[in-house]
Each structure stands twice: as structure tokens, then as C-alpha cells.
Ligand binder design. Structure first.
Ligand SMILES: Nc1nc2c(ncn2[C@@H]2O[C@H](COP(=O)(O)OP(=O)(O)OP(=O)(O)O)[C@@H](O)[C@H]2O)c(=O)[nH]1
Ligand SMILES: [Mg+2]
Length: 323
């Protein structure tokens, strides 16, 4: 029989974007602020760019498509501006209720944004999902858009011109830029382009806040990242992670318990591995990344449970934060 759900009543929900900006008398009169949605097909490097700009990994990144499943704000605060980046799931043709949710998250980020970055992968040819993402962006003509061509480091230079021409034909853009989010090439210049397009405005979030999501959410995402990194084929996509305990111990160690949900018993076996070897590997990798994020020793306690077909069950999706 499936395990009961952990008690999630104490978990913070994703807050809505605030309507009322914070007042800050110290800000210069020409302070700019705004929301910048990063949109594109899966695996183009949206979350990598967000992490790069924040200087901290808050968003899960992996070589598997459809890593990001929820909206995540990355807040960059400077003296002269506050940029609120909106990381979104990759736009694709969904096959599950989870996929429907993911694409709807990406779609809903565009109309509320002050600027959209449509990201494409220069290292691979244009695909229908690029057109799907571009159509979504172009639907909102009043939101300015920059075409961000990523992964220049992985492109054969002889192909650059043809690739850029193909991606440029995706639509009308305010500007196009070529970057490597992984290596940080062109990202400062892109940030300046972004800042130039933001309206005058105050800070919406406190200067020391990095994201709208809770520490529990970020921890669950970073654990899921390790599942994605270590497992293959369909298994990583059938996994959801929920942090069930998060406590600061007297000895300065952060104790974190999390449940990894799979859809089938066989997937549970794969996540655990022979004599627990895979779960141990996921836990060790997660600990390293979590210690970097929290800046303190972390103890990770992982559990694996089956929740049948959670990706197609509306109640399960809601309980796991996808809906
Ligand atoms: N070579 C190269 N790889 C990159 C670059 N940026 C990102 N990547 C890699 O591309 C893969 C996908 O990166 P993500 O940041 O997870 O991509 P995403 O667009 O957020 O993907 P989804 O969340 O699935 O939509 C990872 O393996 C990254 O390391 C880059 O500039 N150059
Ligand atoms: Mg992502």
C-alpha cells in the first residue's frame, strides 16, 4: 500500500508577487526595478543563467530536460536596481498533468513581466519547442523581449552564422545577445541590457533576499538535482522530493529529512540501489551542495516512498507543490 503523505501543513506556500513595493528612503531617485522572465524550451540554460547572476545555486540545474518544474524568483539587488528574475519550466508539448502545469507556469510568467529573455541553445539546431516558446513570448507584444543565444562555448564556430540566422527568424526582438551562462561570457553585457530596459521603481524585496521560495523548497530542489544527475531514462522525471524536517541542531548542524517519491515500486528500487548505494550517493552529493547553500554543516536523511502515478493525479500534484 502507498505510504500516507507527510504532514505539509507547516510548509510555506509560494507567495504571490507583491503588489506593494517596500519603501526605502535611501534609494537613489533613478533606482530601477522589475520582473524579468527567462523563457525557452527545456535544457537551454535558463536556471544556469539565474544561478550565475545570483552567484549562488538556488535553482536546480541538470543535463536532463524538464529540470525546472515551478516558478522561482531570483532576486538581484544592487545600489541602483533590483532585478527580479523569473525562472520558468522549459516550454514543451506536455504528456502528463505535471507537464501541463509546467507549461502553464511558463506561460503565466510572460504577461506579468517587464521584460522577457527568450533563451535558445546555439549548440543545437532549432526545434519545434523553440517555436512553441517563441510563439508564447510573441503573443504578448507589449512585453519587450531579448533573444538570448546561450552555449556559445559549445558551438562549432563554422556553424555560428547559420545557427544565429535560424534563431533570429523566431520573431521580432528588441535585441539579441550571444552568451555562455556556464562560463559567464557576455552575461555582464546582457545584464546591462536588462537594466537599461527596467522601469524606474523601488525595491520589491529586502536587499538580502535571494528568492521568494523557502529554504525547504530550495533544499528539495537541490536534492532532486542530485537524483537527476545520478539516474537515467525515465526515472528522474518520475521523482518528486519533499523536505519533511528542517531543524537547526544545538551543535550547529542543520538536520534535513526528505522523502523522494517515485511512481512505481521498481523506480523506488533504482533510487535506493544495491544495498542502498544509490541513495547514499544521492545523499552525499546533496550534502555538499546544501552545505554550500546554507554555509553550515548539513545532515541529510533521505527516505524513498511510492506514490503511484503522482504526475497524473491532481491531488498528488497539489500536495507536492505542483498546482
Ligand atoms: N556548454 C554549455 N552548457 C550549458 C550552458 N548553460 C547551461 N548549460 C548546461 O545545459 C544543461 C541545462 O541547463 P539548465 O540551466 O538546467 O537548463 P534549463 O533551461 O533551466 O532547463 P529546464 O529547467 O529543463 O527547462 C546543464 O547541463 C547545464 O550545465 C552554457 O553556457 N554552455
Ligand atoms: Mg531550469
Amino acid at each position: 500500500m502507498d505510504q500516507p503523505w507527510p504532514d505539509t501543513s507547516g510548509l510555506p506556500q509560494t507567495p504571490d508577487i507583491p503588489d506593494t513595493p517596500l519603501l526605502d528612503d535611501e534609494l537613489p531617485p533613478d533606482h530601477h526595478s522589475g520582473f524579468v522572465a527567462i523563457v525557452g524550451k527545456p535544457n537551454v540554460g535558463k536556471s544556469t543563467l539565474l544561478n550565475h547572476w545570483l552567484g549562488v545555486k538556488v535553482a536546480a540545474v541538470s543535463s536532463k530536460p524538464q529540470t525546472t518544474r515551478s516558478r522561482l524568483l531570483g532576486i538581484l539587488t544592487r545600489e541602483d536596481a533590483q532585478v527580479i528574475f523569473v525562472d520558468t519550466p522549459g516550454v514543451h508539448h506536455p504528456r502528463t498533468a505535471l507537464g501541463d502545469y509546467m507549461v502553464s507556469v511558463a506561460e503565466s510568467a510572460v504577461p506579468d513581466a517587464d521584460l522577457v529573455l527568450l533563451m535558445v541553445d546555439l549548440a543545437s539546431p532549432l526545434e519545434p519547442n523553440d517555436q512553441h516558446a517563441a510563439a508564447l513570448v510573441q503573443r504578448f507584444v507589449n512585453v519587450p523581449a531579448i533573444l538570448v543565444m546561450n552555449k556559445i562555448d559549445a558551438l562549432d564556430p563554422s556553424q555560428q552564422e547559420a545557427r544565429q540566422a535560424a534563431y533570429r527568424a523566431l520573431g521580432q526582438f528588441d535585441r539579441e545577445v550571444v552568451i555562455s551562462a556556464r562560463q559567464g561570457t557576455g552575461t555582464d553585457a546582457l545584464l546591462e541590457e536588462v537594466l537599461r530596459r527596467l522601469p524606474l521603481g523601488p525595491r520589491f524585496y529586502p536587499a538580502d533576499q535571494l528568492t521568494d521560495q523557502s529554504e525547504r523548497f530550495v533544499a528539495a530542489e537541490l536534492i532532486r538535482e542530485k537524483v537527476l544527475e545520478n539516474l537515467r531514462h525515465e526515472v528522474p522525471h518520475a521523482v518528486a522530493v519533499m523536505v519533511t524536517d528542517f531543524l537547526e541542531r544545538d551543535n550547529g548542524v542543520l538536520y534535513l529529512a526528505a522523502t523522494i517519491f517515485t511512481e512505481q515500486e521498481s523506480q523506488k528500487g533504482i533510487v535506493i540501489g544495491a544495498r542502498g548505494s544509490m541513495l547514499k550517493r544521492i545523499g552525499s552529493a546533496a550534502r555538499v551542495t546544501l552545505e554550500e547553500f546554507f554555509g553550515q554543516p548539513v545532515y541529510v536523511d533521505l527516505w524513498v516512498k511510492v506514490r503511484r502515478n503522482w504526475r497524473t493525479d491532481p491531488r498528488s500534484l497539489r500536495e507536492l507543490g505542483y498546482g
